[in-house]
Design a protein around this ligand. Structure first.
Ligand code: G6P
Length: 615
């Protein structure tokens, strides 16, 4: 989950590397570093803390360097500190390495290939020792990287430089611990963990596959297999917009992204939901052979995998798939799925939900499904990401860049994409009544306005946040579609404000959480679902009887909770099946309000990273 960058060309490397690193900081931000090369010298500068600490240290240093590598770290081996920051060097200071992922057998490798003393606690440093050992033994840089690939186990990617070949970078990728993308331009090459870091510099990219090595010079990029065989790869052209990634007038990216959600919904429905015919069509996005009407009729089970917020979106999607496509559907946490030897066959449709398209556990789950021959669809917000390369078809979320580490708009985009996919699959399987399709398309098109209404309530939600911002524990309860909303409400609060929050199914409350209830433990109860409304009322009464405060999240016009709840949080009254969307947006604002009052770093919460590429 670290971010790595490299540059070689005619321009000042330090500026370009720092700029690219700033676009990767969402991957990790506990320390950072850079190695800069001139014809005669290599300088390595590292700093603990965020990238600004490195920028300060770099001022005026090595301004003439035209090549280098950089890193922003999310610690796995060794505490965040200057000595554990990357680049890591060999004992003689000849080569420097930046690395993402985990070298599982690093301790053994240290014993076998150490070239002298180790100065850090990282698994990375041994790669520098191995490289220099290879070079000293007369290997070329690419051959020395081959040696590493043949010995180092795990899922990782890295970039390295040799101070004796100052315009050259080498890199490799093994497994799914984050990619390496090379941006191609005239007379310069730039490489990074993902494409977002390269947008201002290139529109043509080569995506390194697993077990590939890249040898980069200013105007030549060569790809090799791990056996050293040269591979021919044409760059792919992607036109993406770096400007939308800017924070604009918002205080935080999280707030900006929350406010973008009406547009996110529109973008997610554009070209899929037709307002004139009130029909749904995703045919252009699904691989026709794999998802022909005949094949879709054969599918007898759906499995949605994801992690974190994406898994909560998947839990909402399960209701849609069962209701509209009539396919028995399970949701699995990708990390658990892969280790329980799941029973899969080619009649199981596997849907992966992942904003980054790079989450290591979700990729591993997809590989498991691939081995079993399952048809696969991925929902991703990242063009060219790993999951889009593994799946048979991709449904892009079209949410635009999401910079804040805690997901907001990509969750809403995932939910609407699952809604659309379920309707479309139901229709193709001949199981969706045209009037249900019409009604659902009509209701979905009302969502952007409904979410705008929630955003208009920001002041009221903020007052609630003010009132509850001193609480150190929170319970979130919901039933049916309210359950994943409760889980997401708790997760968001936990992530951005560091408050201990538990999401529970309301039915489960009496089996444990009720023991925690007292006047110090407020509960947020999701009460927008008509069919479980009375049950939620009973839960609220039980909590109030034990002295707990309750904020009831209710639909506009529902006054039935006024007398029993301590406070109400009102969201627009829409079709109950779509109600998780405005409810989640209201809870995002609530968490944001509390987190900012507590002075938390909402965009980059401690210990978290936006893309989790390690297990
Ligand atoms: C991290 C992010 C979350 C995200 C989760 C899954 O934990 O901080 O916001 O929900 O990973 O990521 P994915 O990219 O697979 O959706």
């Amino acid at each position: 989950m670290c971010g790595i960058v490299g540059y070689t060309g005619e321009r000042f490397a330090s500026r370009i590397l720092l700029d690219s690193l700033s676009r990767l900081e969402y991957r990790g931000y506990d320390s950072s570093g850079i190695a800069l090369l001139t014809e005669t010298n290599m300088q390595v500068i590292r700093a603990r803390g965020k990238l600004r600490e490195l920028s300060k240290k770099l001022e005026g240093e090595m301004t003439d360097a035209r090549a280098g590598i950089g890193h922003t770290r999310w610690a796995t081996h060794g505490v965040p500190s200057e000595k554990n920051a990357h680049p890591q060097l060999d004992p003689f200071g000849r080569v420097a390495v930046v690395h993402n992922g985990i070298i599982e057998n690093w301790e053994d490798l240290r014993q076998q290939y150490g070239q002298g003393l180790f100065s850090s606690d990282t698994d990375t440093e041994v790669l520098a020792h191995m490289l220099v050992g290879g070079l000293d033994a007369g290997l070329d840089l690419v051959e020395a990287v081959q040696l590493i690939l043949s010995k180092a186990r795990g899922a990782y990617s890295f970039l390295a430089v040799d101070s004796q070949q100052p315009d050259r970078l080498v890199g490799a990728r093994v497994g799914n611990a984050g990619g390496l993308v090379i941006g191609i331009s005239e007379d310069e090459s730039i490489v990074a963990s993902d494409v977002s870091a390269l947008l201002p510099y290139s529109q043509e990219f080569i995506f390194l596959e697993s077990n590939e090595i890249v040898d980069i010079r200013p105007s030549v990029v060569e790809i090799f297999s791990s056996d050293g065989e040269r591979k021919i790869r044409s760059p792919e052209r992607l036109s993406l917009d770096p400007v939308t990634a800017a924070k604009g007038t918002y205080k935080h990216f999280m707030l900006k992204e929350i406010h973008e959600q009406p547009e996110t919904l529109l973008n997610g429905m554009r070209g899929r939901y037709s307002g004139t015919s009130e029909t749904i069509d995703l045919s252009s996005e699904l691989n026709h052979e794999r998802f022909s009407i005949e094949n879709l009729k054969e599918i007898n089970r759906c499995l949605i995998v994801g992690m974190g917020t994406s898994m909560h979106a998947a839990m909402i999607g399960r209701h849609y798939l069962e209701q509209f496509a009539r396919i028995p559907t399970e949701v699995d946490n990708s990390a658990e799925f892969r280790y329980r030897r799941p029973l899969l066959d080619e009649k199981t449709l596997v849907i992966s939900v992942t904003q980054s398209g790079e989450t290591v556990d979700t990729l591993a789950a997809m590989e498991e499904a691939q081995r079993a021959g399952c048809p696969q669809i991925t929902l991703s917000n990242s063009v060219g990401s790993q999951t889009t390369r593994l799946a048979d078809s991709t449904i892009m979320l079209h949410a635009g860049p999401e910079i804040a580490v805690a997901s907001t708009k990509t969750m809403i985009a995932s939910v609407i994409a699952l809604h659309g996919l379920s309707l479309f699959l139901g229709k193709q399987r001949g199981l969706l009544q045209p009037e249900v399709e019409q009604e659902q398309v009509h209701q979905a098109l009302l969502l952007p306005a409904a979410v705008s209404n929630v955003l208009n309530f920001t002041d009221e939600i903020d007052k609630l946040a003010e009132k509850y911002s001193a609480s150190n524990n929170f319970l979130f309860l919901g039933r049916g579609l309210g359950y994943p909303v409760a889980l997401e409400g708790a997760l968001k609060l936990k992530e951005v404000s560091y408050i201990h929050a538990e999401g529970y199914s309301a039915g489960e409350m009496k089996h444990g959480p009720i023991a925690l209830i007292d006047d110090q433990m407020p509960t947020l109860a999701i009460c927008t679902q008509g069919d479980v409304h009375d049950k939620m009322r009973s839960n609220i009464q039980q909590i109030r009887a034990r002295g707990g405060a309750v904020i009831a999240l209710v639909s506009e016009g529902d006054s039935s909770m006024d007398a029993i709840a301590t406070d109400t949080l009102i969201v627009p009254d829409i079709d109950p099946i779509l109600s998780p969307i405005p409810a989640v947006v209201a809870l995002q604002l609530f968490s944001y309000g509390i987190a900012t009052r507590r002075g938390a770093d909402v965009d980059q919460p401690r210990n978290l990273a936006k893309t989790v590429t390690v297990e």
